[in-house]
Write a protein that binds this ligand. Sequence first.
Ligand code: ATP
Length: 334
Amino acid sequence: MSEPIIICENLVKIYKLAQVEVLALQGLDLTVERGEVMALVGPSGSGKTSLMNVIGGLDRPTAGRVVVAGQELLKLSDRQLNHYRRHVVGFVWQQVARNLVPYLNAEQNVELPMLMAGIKPAERKAWANELLEVVGLGNRKKHKLAQLSGGEQQRVAIAVALANKPQLLLADEPTGELDSATAKTIFDIFHKLNEMYGITVVIVSHDPQISRHVSRTVAIRDGKTSTETLRQVVETEKEDEAKEEQHHFIEYTVLDPAGRLQVPEEYRELYRIGRRVILETLPDGIVIRPVPGEEVTTVQPLVDEDEPPPKKQNLVSRIRKFLPMGSKGESEQK
Ligand SMILES: Nc1ncnc2c1ncn2[C@@H]1O[C@H](COP(=O)(O)OP(=O)(O)OP(=O)(O)O)[C@@H](O)[C@H]1O
């Protein structure tokens, strides 16, 4: 198996503002395999953009190690980092304006990064045309941005990001300003590019629903990876013999290299887990139990007055999610 395209080890990012220090990444570990289309999700302020900026070579971490496409980013000179940003990674942002020049047409926009990289005109034109065909805008090449819809502009932006043939595409909330149907076309394009050119795609989103569109979703909480959701697509036959796709999601809690795991806040609240827990070993795994009488520091009450207390069966099935092997996934129809 080839080396992962992204390896982040114990990444720390501290922003210093006057007297205040903000700890944005708190020893984050992440591995992304070559050819994956995966997502990073997390609430606002969890550290997603800080991580993207580090992986994209736009910012340097305070500590830790980051290797992308075999290059140790912390060891690169400014000149090498510039080359890395232009040729190894491509960026797509939520605000399309960040990727596009408004007074150029679609084709000229895609050619611009190649022009700056010194690519010959015939080669530029051929690749720009191919990319615009692939993103479904072959007949809109001469259109300026104002003549394109938001979704179409984002498709031009994707073509621009791929102009210098990067191995890795980083997309920060690429569908944040689009309706769900248009967003789906963007995800379809990511998959098409992945299949055609083998490009690895990392998408950042605050929306956990993105896991429907990618095979792996890594959740970040408080500057560290917390859970990983894997999607499996299973084809089943309906009564009328028509095929139906079902998406199964399996959520795992991630352990860091030292064996630490983050217990989701909702579980801590539900089971009144405080500062310490009891680990109970079973023949097929480990159960985490609250310490009786332990003071719970989380703010929410145990259960809603109107809701019945959790049943034992419910507790067992939820705890199963912590087990790395043979845990049952939640299934969901497409
Ligand atoms: N340039 C900066 N200077 C100071 N603090 C920053 C800076 N950039 C981010 N932060 C802080 O670092 C933390 C993580 O921010 P980051 O933007 O990485 O999170 P995020 O998950 O991308 O959030 P959002 O979804 O809102 O964009 C936040 O507390 C944020 O306020």
